[in-house]
Design a protein around this ligand. Structure first.
Ligand SMILES: Cc1cc2nc3c(=O)[nH]c(=O)nc-3n(C[C@H](O)[C@H](O)[C@H](O)COP(=O)(O)OP(=O)(O)OC[C@H]3O[C@@H](n4cnc5c(N)ncnc54)[C@H](O)[C@@H]3O)c2cc1C
Length: 480
């Protein structure tokens, strides 16, 4: 009789989970374990929004396992010690898990393997979070790609491999049941009502992930190619937290996209599918970059920008975090983030550009705030996104690309639906001033009950002057 342990991490699903499948295939009994050890990921332990998601996702996984007749064992403590103890207590000879790419978690995994090996327990690490494993997509010179397009072309040449695996029909559960701590003991939920906005918007867990994908295929996807840049339209999938927590695999999303194209063959659907696959390509690229360049969550990728003279300005940073910069599209994005744990990609780019370029504050400060407030906070995607906008990363936007939040808002939120939703102070302003209320004549401000400096803040920086200053600083730094 062979017993194994399956150790869950950011792969909180039962279907198309390589470690689950391997453990079930090769063992007579399988013990499912989750270990709460946030300090092992420090300084990138899950932020408040991620903890909220994790609580509900673990509950969902425990319920799904319960429906298969087994119990999720939850423990706290040093992962290596807990796994060794659980394996010994259950008589398991092998521990299976899907390996992470985050640098701290890779270090932890090395300790886990050493501890298990010393206890004569086998470690089997599978790859389940990506379409292509790091190291499998390299340039002709066997080096990692630093540019997205050739990376993605190489991926596309390889194709998407095997289809996703089916759901396990039953669980080979083990006796006797092991002790577990209650989910509440992990204290993942906030003690205040801060998470009320999250509850209304999201359904964490494997079933919620599939609902989300089906909803997207049902209507939004038809519009994705044209509408994905417009924050007022709900045209993107919102799969990012589900993908981050591994409640759905990218392979499952790809398979569903191919099915969708086969069911509704039309140029619009083909364009959508290609476009979604390309976004998943960016996710792959981010993960491969973090794997090959593990310092990039903390430090610039492009060494030319090491020692860049970022400014320290707590008042500006705090205004940005609270959505009180006086620039409606920036404030709308930051308030959406606080309220819902998510922000539209176009607006993420705008708020990141505003903080790092107009305010001159280091992208690492912004990445930290995102880390605490995003339900999809993901070290690879977040680092890539911030470095891309700040111009310090791989395949980054050139430094002289400084988004103008007013013209971007006029283009991507022309009707003002997005800013009106999140910045009620400006709703009565005529359309012409909606994205730049400080320019409205004082009589108009009064008539609209939006007096700048009284009802809504004046811009914390002058957009033109701050742009010039950023350009000059970047130019000097790039040259020297
Ligand atoms: C400054 C900044 C920070 C970001 N931080 C994160 C983060 O912490 N976590 C995160 O998942 N994404 C992050 N992104 C990328 C992107 O904004 C989100 O993935 C996207 O908005 C999620 O919405 P969606 O699921 O509806 O995306 P869709 O448009 O429906 O895309 C499908 C999936 O593709 C992936 N994807 C899409 N765009 C990107 C991208 N630009 N880079 C990498 N993967 C992408 C996501 O997994 C997404 O769920 C960041 C972008 C920026 C500019």
């Amino acid at each position: 009789m062979s017993t194994s342990v399956i150790w869950f991490g950011n792969d909180l699903r039962l279907v198309d989970n390589p470690a689950v499948n391997e453990a079930l295939r090769r063992s007579d009994q399988v013990v499912p374990v989750y270990i709460h050890a946030p300090e092992e990921a420090a300084p990138w332990s899950p932020g408040a929004a991620s903890r909220w998601w994790l609580h509900h996702s673990l509950q969902s996984l425990a319920d799904d396992l319960g429906a298969l007749g087994t119990s999720l064992v939850i423990r706290c403590g040093d992962s290596a010690t807990v796994l060794r103890d659980v394996a010994r207590a259950s008589g398991a000879r092998t521990v299976y898990w899907n390996y992470p790419i985050e640098p701290k978690l890779r270090q932890r995994d090395r300790r886990v393997v050493q501890t298990l090996t010393a206890a004569s327990i086998r470690s089997v690490r599978c790859g389940g979070a990506r379409l292509f494993e790091p190291g499998s997509i390299l340039t002709a010179a066997d080096t990692p790609y630093r540019m997205f397009t050739p990376f993605w072309n190489n991926c596309l040449k390889r194709g998407f491999g095997t289809p996703p695996a089916a759901k396990p029909s039953h669980w080979k559960h083990s006796e006797p049941a092991l002790s577990t701590v209650p989910l509440e003991a992990l204290e993942l939920l906030a003690k205040t009502a801060w998470d009320a906005g999250l509850r209304g918007q999201w359904r964490p867990g494997e079933a919620g992930a599939h609902d989300c994908l089906e909803r997207f295929c049902g209507q939004a996807a038809l519009d994705y190619g044209d509408a994905r840049d417009f924050p007022a339209k709900s045209a993107t999938s919102r799969l990012s937290p589900h993908l981050h927590f591994g409640e759905i695999s990218p392979r499952q999303v790809v398979a569903r996209m191919h099915e969708y194209r086969a069911q509704q063959p039309s140029p619009a659907v083909t364009a959508t599918v290609d476009s979604v696959l390309r976004q998943l390509g960016w996710r792959e690229f981010a993960q491969h970059l973090l794997f090959h360049f593990p310092h990039t969550s903390e430090a610039v990728m492009n060494r030319r920008f090491a020692g860049f003279p970022w400014r320290r300005n707590n008042a500006h940073l705090s205004a940005w975090q609270r959505g009180q910069t006086g620039i409606p599209i920036i404030d709308a994005g930051m308030r959406e983030l606080w309220h819902s744990g998510w922000m539209h990609n176009r607006v993420r780019m705008l708020v990141a550009s505003f903080l790092s370029k107009n305010c001159g504050i280091s992208w690492t400060e912004g990445a930290r705030w995102f880390w605490d407030t995003l339900v999809d906070a993901d070290l690879a995607n977040n680092s890539l996104g911030w470095q891309w906008v700040a111009g310090t990363g791989a395949d980054a936007a050139p430094y002289f690309r400084i988004f103008n939040p007013v013209s971007q808002a006029q283009k991507f939120d022309a009707d003002g639906d997005y800013v009106r939703r999140w910045v009620p102070e400006i709703t009565a302003l005529p359309q012409a001033w909606l994205h730049q209320p400080w320019r409205a004549p004082i009589e108009t401000q009064r008539a609209s009950r939006c007096v700048i400096g009284v009802d809504y803040p004046a811009p914390i920086v002058d957009l033109t002057a701050s742009r010039q200053r950023a350009l000059a600083t970047y130019r000097r730094h790039s040259a020297g």
